[in-house]
Design a protein around this ligand. Structure first.
Ligand code: ASP
Length: 401
């Protein structure tokens, strides 16, 4: 739904933009007290994914139910967003890097054969999830990156194609013309508060947005998409899809694919293609995957941590909460910083128990993070959040009244 300037200023700026340094966020909720979904379904087969996989679950579930392979089923789900030009977080139409080039990452793990494949920093090949699977099947390696991965793909029959849609190209142009101060310092730098320099008044913000609107109009961004484009420029978005599938025979696999962080430095790789961070599957235990701040997830090897936690007896919910708490510990619980971290884990145990957990409720409180599930019934369920409230967009903007 198009957003107006007024909506943007009141929600994105008054809500998502940090007003000063104190967050006012509520105390952490302990997982057992949280009444959100934490189902322990034992219905097989079952597929879980990030919410953007919801529309593709039916066909993958039918395939899995009729004896299809678990990784092939998961790949069917993630190819949906990869092929969708309107999903700007994955594959075709994904937001490009700072040079305007769509740069994709993916990985997969096949439980029954205990094999894995991964690709990172790939240009011009849309279905990098399938490319990661081709690395798994047709090389003695696990990971290929950059042009080498693309050439391998072409040799294996993948087409090179332009992945930059007109929409994502124009959003990138808007970013090029209007951005500043992008490279750092990062959230984990001792100097992170420098990002708050340049406090601005609401009037200045309104003027800035008007200027950006004019440039967006000149670039040819349609009026109904301008505010969203401006939001993407000010707060570079991420987005990804993970999917794990478990068959009736209790075979389990998982995969994750992404275009990563919008406007990233060429060569930046997040967690998604890293086996053990963006995805991890162990046939004896279960499977897990992540969406959210890749840098934070890399530092806790989230998916592997979760699977190891389940191996040692934790429920999917507790295993995921523990990984989130490791991220919290990396910041000594400092919510001034943690408010800018967004993380969601999708967790499936080998017996069919599953959980979706998130650090915060959502990007916006009225849009909670969700996990998509199909175990005969297709549905979206709210994740169990560690902290109440919504995460804030990075980089921060300080408003003065
Ligand atoms: N984790 C992805 C990355 O950092 C982005 C995301 O999931 O939103 O590249």
């Amino acid at each position: 739904m198009p957003i107006s300037r007024r909506d943007f200023l009141t929600s994105a700026l008054a809500g998502s933009v940090a007003v000063g340094l104190s967050t006012g966020t509520q105390a952490a909720q302990d997982s057992p007290g949280n009444k959100n979904t934490a189902k322990h379904a034992a219905k097989l087969p079952i597929i879980i994914s990030a919410a953007n996989g919801y529309n593709y679950l039916d066909q993958a579930y039918a395939f899995l139910s009729s004896g299809g392979d678990t990784l092939d089923a998961a790949l069917k789900v993630v190819q949906g967003p990869e092929n969708d030009p309107n999903d700007e977080s994955v594959g075709l139409g994904g937001h490009p890097n700072e040079e305007g080039v769509v740069e994709l990452d993916a990985c997969c793990m096949h439980g029954p054969t205990r094999t894995a494949g991964s690709v990172a920093g790939v240009h011009n090949i849309k279905n990098v999830s399938l490319l990661s699977n081709t690395v798994r099947l047709h090389t003695g390696h696990v990971m290929l990156v950059g042009e080498g991965a693309a050439r391998f793909g072409v040799a294996q029959g993948f087409q090179r194609e332009n992945l930059l849609t007109e929409r994502s190209r124009k959003e990138w142009l808007l970013w090029k013309e209007t951005h500043s101060d992008w490279w750092g310092p990062g959230l984990d730098s001792p100097d992170w508060r420098r990002r708050f320099s340049g406090a601005t008044t609401a009037d200045e913000w309104e003027q800035r947005i008007r200027r950006m609107e004019q440039i967006a109009a000149d670039i040819g961004i349609p009026p109904e998409l301008r505010m969203e484009a401006i939001r993407y420029v000010i707060f570079p978005p991420t987005g990804t899809i993970h999917c794990s599938a478990l068959s009736e025979k209790a075979e389990i696999s998982g995969c994750t694919t992404t275009s990563g962080l919008a406007w990233k430095i060429p060569g930046r790789v997040g967690d998604s293609p890293i086996i053990g961070a963006g995805c991890y599957t162990d046939q004896n235990v279960g499977s897990a995957g992540a969406t959210g701040n890749g840098e934070e997830n890399l530092k806790v090897a989230g998916a592997h941590t979760i699977v190891e936690n389940m191996r040692h007896g934790m429920s999917p919910l507790d295993a995921g909460m523990d990984a989130l708490k490791r991220i919290v510990r990396n910041y000594n619980g400092d919510k001034d910083r943690l408010q800018f971290v967004d993380m969601v884990y999708y967790i499936l145990r080998k017996d069919g128990a599953y959980a979706g957990v998130s650090l915060w409720e959502g990007y916006e409180t009225n849009k909670p993070h969700q996990i998509a599930v199909h175990d005969g019934t297709r549905r979206l369920e709210k994740t169990v959040n560690l902290f109440a409230g919504a995460s804030q967009s990075w980089p921060p903007v300080r408003m003065v009244r």
